[in-house]
Ligand binder design. Sequence first.
Ligand SMILES: [Zn+2]
Length: 190
Amino acid sequence: MKRKIVIILTILICSLSIVSLAWADAQHLFTGGYPASDIQDLRYVLSGGDSSYQQNIMKAGANQWNSISSEVVLSNNSSGAKMSIYKSTTSTPGLFGEAYCYYDGGDGWERDLVGNQIWGVSDIYGYDNQMTASNLTNAQKKAVFTHEVGHALSLKHISSPLTGVMRQGLEKALSPTDTDEGHLTLKWGY
Ligand SMILES: [Zn+2]
């Protein structure tokens, strides 16, 4: 009986460690992204919404990626900004946000639709009309901005059984989880 319990415990511990190894997986990262030197001091501007919305939802959403890795620092600063965050609207039902990342196409900025280029600037959109239509709380709206900024930090979507802010739709966590943090540090370092 005792041996049986030991075997069961061993299997349990082994399977748990497999799960924890799966937290950070390169398949959940874009190969492209900003240069690491930009990520160390990524400045953004805010557009749309009143000052309270900008402060508590847009800015707070972006800044949820701070204090995870010393290599990833975001700040609201128009001087040298390489990211624009917009409170916007869309006619597409259920679409809460999007991230457009651009690379130098030689003839001007081009949107990277694959996620394998070196980015120079990005536009982050939060579609407040659709978020409101779906009765999102302010905390959920903030998480939408965190999610979209996460894409600009080269993070892809994750799906069940992983939990995180990089899940899509209403399944997303309200702030970065261990899984999200694992992906961020896998891409950019600690
Ligand atoms: Zn997404």
